[in-house]
Design a protein around this ligand. Structure first.
Ligand code: ACO
Length: 434
């Protein structure tokens, strides 16, 4: 696909819509094999890691490049323990947040706040220590706000907990059960990194300007929030709750297709086969979630795939990671509005690993755009009292008539049209001009 450029002398630049297929960076961290439906972190298939590793091991793998030895893992866990507590001033900022604020907005604010509050930790040049410290704060920001919005006091993190345990402990204030923290840990592993997705690209763009790691991850949180990226799983939960019963699956899906809605939890820019993470999450949901809810999810998925195939033939739309994330995170005890923020807890590792990779071999990321605007316009000061040009002359000269008080003696409104109902402005009072 090609696009035109501003002047005829410039050669057309390639312009794939939404940057589809564009290689924006080199990475050794992870890769999505879209045709095969395969995801690899640092050479390990995602099934291999999800079935065997801890989230901390995977985080270390992504940051450092190899799985940790026992002593490296111990040192890393100590580092997490030492960095999970939020500065008191950050907790105060979270106290000021409206109780009905979206947790993703609060996460963005909370993470942004730790930059200036911990200037000795988060210096200008991102490094491994900063990546570990900043990632450790994500669960704490969320859990603190989760409690404050219910009128409860924050729970301080407890040394010795892994990330999944610590998050649940700080959220609910009780020792987490294995049947909850284990599925959460697998979820965190599955969501830790995913090639050049939109939020990772955002983090890398920010890092490429030689900005700091807090800025890079704050920007990434904003990119993750949208429903075309990380914002889908709560909408999956809404969809399943609205469907409610097996009999309502077909009528609900038919109405959604007829309205032209997108079905949340289906389709992917890169996967043209089933997302391998969806497969793992489906099996987790089968054992972890409420049996009726799981059955409804399964029936909805089956019919949605059949109808996508009928209504969107050839688009190769399959279940993505978000569909069964909803069932798994609900089973862990999280409300829908905490789903996307919990995705961010996992992805903070991937984002920060990409930031480190970007700065290790940096070049400013600065693409081109195809210019489709006008050229050759002339500046006219606002409020020039009397125009003497004809409208044809103004058009030919690229003059915007809305900049004038009067055009041929007729007062113009904000759209540049004559406004016969308005009184003429008094020359003595300049503020009466519009
Ligand atoms: N439901 C219905 N139709 C869909 C869906 C869907 N979920 N996804 C894509 N399509 C259709 C589009 O309408 C389009 O049809 P058309 O050719 O008739 O116009 C065609 O498939 C191609 O769609 P694009 O928008 O070009 O695909 P793109 O690669 O840009 O979109 C995306 C990928 C955004 C994930 C899309 O599939 C989608 O909106 N899915 C629903 C939201 C969702 O689940 N988001 C989470 C993604 S996973 C993640 O980021 C972690």
């Amino acid at each position: 696909m090609t696009g035109s450029t501003a002047t005829r002398t410039e050669a057309p630049l390639p312009k794939p819509e939404g940057l589809e297929g564009v290689v924006a960076a080199s990475t050794a961290l992870s890769h999505v094999f879209g045709e095969e439906g395969r995801l690899v972190y640092r050479g390990y298939d995602i099934h291999e890691l999800a079935n065997n590793a801890s989230f901390e091991e995977v985080a270390y793998l992504l940051w450092v490049g190899h799985l940790p030895t026992a002593s490296e893992l111990t040192a890393f866990q100590q580092k997490l323990d030492a960095n999970r507590a939020l500065p008191e001033a950050a907790i105060e900022i979270l106290r000021q947040m409206p109780k009905d604020a979206q947790p993703m907005d609060v996460l963005r604010t909370g993470i942004s706040s730790v930059g200036p509050l911990l200037p000795d930790v988060f210096t200008d040049t991102p490094d491994l220590d900063q990546a570990m410290s900043l990632s450790a704060l994500f669960p704490s920001v969320l859990a603190t706000f989760f409690r404050l919005r219910q009128g409860l006091e924050p729970v301080a993190p407890k040394p010795g907990h892994n990330t999944a345990q610590s998050y649940l402990y700080q959220l609910f204030g009780t020792e987490p059960e294995e049947r909850h923290w284990k599925p959460l840990q697998t979820y965190l592993i599955l969501l830790a990194d995913h090639g050049m997705n939109a939020s990772t690209f955002t983090a890398r763009v920010i890092a490429s300007t030689q900005s700091d790691i807090v800025s890079a991850l704050t920007g990434a949180i904003g990119a993750l929030k949208g429903p075309l990226h990380g914002g889908a799983p709560s909408k999956v939960l809404d969809m399943l709750n609205e469907i409610g019963t097996a009999e309502n699956v077909d009528p609900w899906l038919t109405a959604a297709f007829d309205r032209g809605d997108r079905l949340m939890g289906f389709g992917h820019r890169v996967y043209k086969a089933e997302d391998p993470r969806a497969d793992i999450l489906r099996e987790m949901a089968r054992t972890a979630s409420d049996p009726d809810f799981f059955e409804l999810s399964l029936q909805t998925e089956t019919r949605a795939l059949e109808m996508l195939n009928e209504r969107k033939p050839g688009r190769r739309l399959y279940t993505n990671v978000e569909f069964y994330s909803a069932a798994v995170l609900a089973a862990v005890g999280l409300p829908g509005d905490m789903f996307t923020p919990t995705f961010a807890v996992a992805r903070a590792v991937g984002w920060s690993a990409h930031v480190l990779e970007q700065v290790s071999n940096n070049r400013l990321i600065r693409p081109q755009s195809e210019f489709v605007g006008e050229l050759g316009k002339k500046y006219v000061a606002i409020g020039r009292p009397l125009a003497v040009f004809s409208s044809g002359y103004a058009d030919r000269r690229g003059i915007d008539p809305r900049r004038f008080c009067f055009f041929h003696g007729i007062r113009l409104n904000a759209t540049g049209r004559s406004d016969v109902t308005s009184p003429r402005p008094q020359r003595s009072n300049p503020y009466q001009a519009f």
